[in-house]
Design a protein around this ligand. Sequence first.
Ligand code: ADP
Ligand code: MG
Length: 699
Amino acid sequence: MALVSEYFGCNAFDDGVMKERLPKDTYRSLKKTIDEGRELDLEIANVVANAMKDWAIERGCTHFTHWFQPLNGVTAEKHDSFISPIGDGRVIMEFSGKELVRGEPDASSFPSGGLRATFEARGYTAWDPTSYAFIKDRTLCVPTAFCSYGGETLDKKTPLLRSMDALNQQTMRILRLFDPHTDVACVRTSVGPEQEYFLIPKKLYNQRRDLIFTGRTLFGAKPPKGQELDDHYFGTLKPQVDAFMKELDEELWKLGILAKTEHNEAAPAQHELAPIYTQANVATDHNQLTMEMMQKVAKRHDLVCLLHEKPFAGVNGSGKHNNWSISTNTGINLLTPGETPSENAQFLLFLCAVIQAVDEYQDLLRVSAASAGNDHRLGAAEAPPAVVSIFLGDELTAILETLEAHQIYNPKAADQLQLGSDVLPKFPKDNTDRNRTSPFAFTGNKFEFRMVGSSQSIADCNTVLNTAVAEVLRVFADRLEAAPDFREMLNHLIRKTVREHRRIIFNGNGYDDAWIREATEVRHLSNLRTTPEALPHFLDEKNIRLFTSHRVYTETEMRSRYEIALENYVKTIRIEANTMIDMAQKEILPAVTAYAKDTADAALAKKNFLADIDTAYEAALVKKLTSLTASIHGDVLALTEAVRRAEGIRDITARANHAKDSVLPIMASLRAACDEAESLTAEKYWPYPTYAALLFGVE
Ligand code: ADP
Ligand code: MG
């Protein structure tokens, strides 16, 4: 077998390939574009495109595509072949700089939230040279951003790139204040997303319409064994899973994706993959590719990979842990506590910026993780609640509290207090990451945001984080630049942040109900439990101001995104409701009725056989099943009516609320009756595989 070090990145047009295949000056210009965002001229693009094409053709490619992430959360591609006719019915293979730099997919069916009238349906894609081109399915894929002709963004990547710029600008101001001669040219956000998923046997998946249409089970009685023994977590891998993971790693490595850790998760059939962190936009592309590869490779192993946030009721859902930090182009992580007093002061200032940003924009972070699927996960087993708070660890919290307290209680001491190693001891990194219940945890040199759903793009949460922190740093930089005494202002800002934003810091158990009460009643943190409750805050005035002032979104873009997100929510629930109606009518009701009838027949036969025989069991069962079918029938009618009524509601916000308040409760009631019927019906009558089979069926 080939060595990993030999095939790693063999399907990526990465730095090594560029260096090898591009003329020196072309390589240098391209590097400038990648590192400093310089514009690339067409001549250079032509040379790069040609080199990419040759490289791709040598690897069996016949097509290229601009690969992008439209707002429906998946990735999109439109394949064009390299062929170009030269007369005599012959062709050559061509790929021009123009084709590399810009594409025009016919994009009228991508969600645009009314941004793109259909007569100008052709949005365009623009090459993102900071994320390497790669080969997938014999196609050269060029990572791109996707915009409308008016220049409004229609994808998740452009705002992310803009937010990285915003954070870079403000962070550089701070760094220059600490060291006017700093050799740092720019900073970037680093992201490492841990991805959870389920693997189930394909042949069972194919028997369940709910999984096929919605990605989650809409029915299913609890199995006798769930995850209560915790025997799956980090357990030995089953051979099928092991083979899947090995092949997945290989596929990802070929693409230059740094897949690092693979293990079993807490729920049966649940697993996790963590890559080594990279620059945020690259991490986002890689995470989308990882999800796609997981699904592809699973099929080759007769498995199906479920990326839904809550594929099974009653066991853990799947999330994505978004590990986030800021680092300089010289390789310094700004969230690492420093060695010297000045480094420590700088670290504390960045720490405070994150604390303030998360407190002031807690609603936006929640919005970034809002989806119909994730609503089932947040606040349930082993998932953070909908309340955003920060875990800092006792030691760091104590340090901040001490710094703050000195000013209030003992101004003299405060004067003497230096932000130095005496105040901020070097603390062992490992002590900080033992609270897994916090939605936003400091883990020694990075923050881990755990709210994101497993199927969501990480672009949104990182866009929020970058922009919110950039805004706080902007305010800090303004004040520091204007202050006559830098140190004094620095002390002041740190104390002020602790004083005004300590409510967001919580080191206790986030799963505890008492915490939710304290958070909402005493600390007045927001508790946006559902997507329709959370999303409207995206358009709060302060949030519009945040994004527009840093040029991450225009107000029009925000309004369109709001609509698209709500539409997504409404559509998801409509599909689920219709699937439930379908399954209940065509599969569940007939099955339960057949079983009731056969039971009644059996009782009759027994009576015929022996007149005084006891048929109490059959009678009770038939009665119970009949009362359940009546209730199922009633719910099906009510659900059908609720779905029909939704069609008449024009306002999207009202329609989303209708889905939450009128459709979801009937779905829950229908499910409860069906699950009870399942638990009473003989297995051979049941029309599709049970939870036990799905969760424990992989060999
Ligand atoms: P766990 O959270 O399971 O204990 P780790 O903390 O080691 O695991 O890493 C989880 C993820 O965080 C990995 O993807 C890792 O690459 C990423 N990570 C580690 N350091 C950083 C950093 N400075 N910035 C961003 N991500 C990081
Ligand atoms: Mg982690």
